[in-house]
Design a protein around this ligand. Sequence first.
Ligand SMILES: C[S@@+](CC[C@H](N)C(=O)[O-])C[C@H]1O[C@@H](n2cnc3c(N)ncnc32)[C@H](O)[C@@H]1O
Length: 433
Amino acid sequence: MDFKSLREKNGLSVEDAARLVGVSARTIKRWEKGITSPRRSDLRVLKDRLPGQIGPIGEAASFTFVDLFAGIGGMRRGFEAAGGKCIFTSEWDDYARRTYQANFPDEHEIAGDITEIDERDIPRHDVLLAGFPCQPFSIAGVSKKNALGRQHGFMDKAQGTLFFDVLRILKYHRPAAFLLENVKNLKGHNGGDTFATILGALENELGYKVSTRVIDAKGYVPQHRERIFIAGFREDTGFSFDSFEFPDPQAGPKLDSILHACDEHPEGHFTVPPDSQPTNSASIVSSKYTLSDKLWTYLQNYAEKHRAKGNGFGFGLNGPDDKARTLSARYYKDGSEILIRQEGQNPRRLTPRECARLMGFDSDGTDPMKIPVSDTRAYKQFGNAVVVPVVAQIARYMERHILQIKGQGEARENSRARSPVHNGHRNPDRMYG
Ligand SMILES: C[S@@+](CC[C@H](N)C(=O)[O-])C[C@H]1O[C@@H](n2cnc3c(N)ncnc32)[C@H](O)[C@@H]1O
């Protein structure tokens, strides 16, 4: 089916279709007149609209983005708060997809394994987001290329890793910007080689202007959580993490801001009805989160053994005035990194709802995060996620720069379309670059 028929079948005006696909109305008209052709991914945007989505789309978003390695959508929440619209998601874990879908029941389906997705099937976008898993790079391919006198080879080196999938999508679409997120020790991974390869590929081979920063979420949520953020822009807009302020980690909120309050409306399986318990902040939480005598004894003995050897391992025992250690994806095992003191009882784990708050998913003014999976899955998902207000802050800092590049791209496209020399030549249907 051609673009015009698909647009009409979806009940979209030229302007709505332009917003949805991420091109100007002028470009749509040119496609429909047969002067230029849409890409495969442009047709797919309309083909993939779910039946319930037939009809005009809402207000124009200020920019569009794709959410790769999406998990439960922490990056997405941050960028939506800055005015972005998510137009494509990839996540292969069924349980993470379930949580994502419950929270973003929107017009696009979630794509699966990113290694199986052809970049041409991803819609054009302004920003690419990815919290990709960190893998070592093989050096085999590179030494061969170096032997052939090639200067770069960073992309070759990344082949076979999930970061390579990020690169090939960036290379094909050349979005205005990207934001990548990873653990702090990505910098030191494999003796610094992993990080050097990543920056080499993004800067030298793809030509992006890159800025990186390790940010501790402790200024936003009561949790010490350091993550590295890598922001890149297709053009030099002067963006630098160094010029931005992030809140002082020492001054941030304490655990009392995320723990269940004694007057909290009980929620399903996380808390017990207030009329069956005395009202204090410990007892409102269901007893299934309290550690068994066996586990608590084991954790204390384990900590003691390591203390005797001079190691720092052990549990983190917290009260309402503390800040927590980093919530990990293995929290479901014993909860040892963040235990909450309870008077006259063994300590307890955080509930999944408290984890949602600890990761900034339930900040003021947003609907409470829907948690449709088991506690074990929920702990894994929150432990893997980003802290939403950190990403929201970065997104706000990036927005002006994204729009600046996007504006330049649109101006270029319009002048090309007006110029008879370029009509029908040199990728006139491409909005960017
Ligand atoms: C570190 S987590 C990202 C979490 C996300 N930033 C959030 O806030 O929830 C990485 C995610 O990548 C997903 N993943 C790993 N390999 C994948 C692949 N080949 N295709 C799609 N998703 C993948 C994992 O299931 C996991 O949810």
